[in-house]
Design a protein around this ligand. Sequence first.
Ligand code: NAI
Ligand code: MG
Length: 386
Amino acid sequence: MSLPGPKKSKFDIAVIAGDGIGPEVIAEARKVSQVAASLDGAALEWVEYPFGASHYLETDEILPESAISEMGGADALLLGAIGSPLVKPGILERGILLTLRFAFDQYVNLRPAKSLPNVPTPVPLGAKGMDSVVIRENTEDLYMGLGAVSDLTGGSLECPLDLERGGYSMRGKLNMSLAPAMPFAAQVAVSTGHGVERIARYACEAALSRGESRVTIVTKSNAAPALYGFFEDTAKRVIDSEYPAVKWDVANVDALCYHLVRNPAAYGVLLCPNLFGDIVSDLQAGLAGGLGTAAGGNIGDGLSMFEPVHGSAPDIAGTGRANPIAAILSGALLLRHIGLPDAAGRIESAVSDYLASSPPVGMPVEFGGGSSCVEVGDAIAKKLNG
Ligand code: NAI
Ligand code: MG
């Protein structure tokens, strides 16, 4: 949905290239996005930020408040990957990735999975024609950080359930005891009207913009009727009452995984609670061709962040072996989000054209070819120009 008025032609894009192969793949994503946007009459101004493991090790700084508010003024954020074997896992994930996700209330995790020409897949016949997208609720469910482990002798557990969110605040307490006493743990999953309604609307808009009229609600309401029954019923209500052109169907997550492996091309928009979306989107990425092509976005009403699904791949950093296609396709998602759908489509076609026409030796190293990260980026940029 865009507001009427003169079409914007200049965009500020914040960039965190990050660590390892992050800067290598982001350089190619920028190159390709720049050409595609300019063919559409738009200019991209890149604003670079140094955050990541290297910056943290040099300066002790993770992500200052001032940078978060400055980034909030950008039209979108492109992120490479963050992480290094030299930094304890968790520090930067929480300090940068999760902080940005919460600061900008990025409630959608967008994970398309599309089969691409000549990309090796584990189910070669089945994955042909795959073109689905996981719309994962990104703020609720089992991932709210509400839980505790009892002491080792066990018996009882207390845990505050207090939370401040963009759309609501929550107050409460978990107070449990077990007899006979034994160690135990509990993690609380919450689903709210606010959370489900907005992700259901996003899924419907996504279906309509793909020219489709179906949203598959991914659930497990037979086993967890309160939590996933609520998700399912709320999503159905939004679709029925607000989107007459969209129909829903329902898939239990276990059956969905089974059918996805056997017939990945059968699905379009998959509307998922947080936990199922996390798992199903990785399954889809594996089916469609792996980390080298899997792109994603974390989207909210404020700053949205687009990134390849892969990490910083320290094992191949600096060797030129990184496949930039996932980052380049993340650039396309970014351009579509800021209102340049033609530029986004051009990039997606250029990636397909390159893969379809490349001789085996010209394919990315990941797919058995000999093209370096820069060479793959150049070849895709060249396809954009026709
Ligand atoms: P990874 O995704 O970095 O690498 C897994 C395997 O896939 C490696 O063998 C790597 O060489 C290969 N690979 C990944 N991307 C590739 C590409 N574009 N082209 C060719 N091969 C590619 O995951 P890993 O090894 O578990 O994590 C490495 C670091 O990345 C860790 O510090 C981790 O915390 C971080 N990480 C960061 C993420 C982010 O910034 N959003 C996401 C995932 C991991
Ligand atoms: Mg994951």
